[in-house]
Write a protein that binds this ligand. Structure first.
Ligand SMILES: CCCCCCCCCCCCCC(=O)SCCNC(=O)CCNC(=O)[C@H](O)C(C)(C)COP(=O)(O)OP(=O)(O)OC[C@H]1O[C@@H](n2cnc3c(N)ncnc32)[C@H](O)[C@@H]1OP(=O)(O)O
Length: 201
């Protein structure tokens, strides 16, 4: 089983900052944390945001050049990217049979119904799980269609197993399937259709 390259192993300054922002996001959402509502704390956070925004790349630069490389896409992915504060982040492994596998716990910021993972977030994660499996099969492409079946609730703060597998191909079309599992029970199944397409990274 190989780990899919979504980081160097040793977190760099951006990864450490991204992780701090993740913790901050969860803390802001945590109703017990009243301190964040004080002007002192919120002003400090705003000052930092202003400082980073002032030196951030223009959005156009984010989709081309170095940041847009294959490696950059994984490291900044909203699912697996250690450099993306919005990411969970998930560390995918590629199994010997080509399927993708990851284990995670979803924190509060991914909540839909109280205590449960938002269904759209499940879809987001499964899209990438399938894309990683497709990529291993040499069938990278864009998502054309996804059908999600929510069989059981997926709880927050509980170990969730994420799997993606490549099912079959026909011309430019690739069919794949992804699942979320909790305690050995499948909670979400996603069937995806991907179309092979050259991406201008
Ligand atoms: C180790 C490394 C790991 C790396 C991991 C990578 C991680 C990265 C993870 C990132 C993951 C992120 C993933 C993302 O988020 S990808 C972002 C979300 N997806 C998109 O933005 C796609 C937008 N759509 C398009 O670009 C085009 O419409 C596509 C490319 C899909 C087709 O336009 P194109 O002009 O090129 O092709 P065509 O029209 O000749 O159609 C071709 C065939 O396909 C069939 N068809 C088309 N659409 C649909 C449909 N909706 N349902 C059913 N069938 C459909 C069509 O009937 C035809 O079939 P046939 O007539 O030949 O039988």
């Amino acid at each position: 089983m190989n780990e899919v390259d979504s980081g160097s192993g040793t977190p760099d300054a951006v990864e450490v900052a991204a992780d701090a922002v993740r913790r901050l996001t969860a803390a802001i959402l945590e109703s017990r944390v009243r301190g964040v509502a004080t002007p002192d704390v919120s002003e400090k956070i705003s000052v930092l945001a202003d400082r980073l925004e002032a030196v951030a790349a223009h959005p156009r630069e984010c989709v081309t050049g170095k940041i847009g490389t294959h490696e950059g896409a994984l490291q900044r992915s909203p699912v697996s990217g250690p450099k993306n504060p919005v990411a969970i982040p998930l560390r995918f492994e590629q199994c010997d049979d080509g399927s993708s596998l990851a284990h995670t716990e979803f924190p509060r910021q991914y909540q839909g119904p109280p205590g449960l993972v938002h269904g759209g977030v499940s879809g987001l994660v499964l899209d990438v799980a399938m894309a990683v499996a497709n990529s291993a099969a040499g069938r990278a492409g864009v998502t054309a269609e996804m059908t999600l079946r929510y069989l059981r609730p997926t709880p927050l703060y509980t170990e969730v197993t994420v799997r993606g597998r490549h099912v079959r191909v026909e011309g430019r079309k690739t069919w794949s399937q992804g699942t979320l599992e909790v305690d050995g029970e499948t909670t979400v199944v996603c069937d995806g259709l991907f179309i092979t397409k050259e991406l201008a990274l």
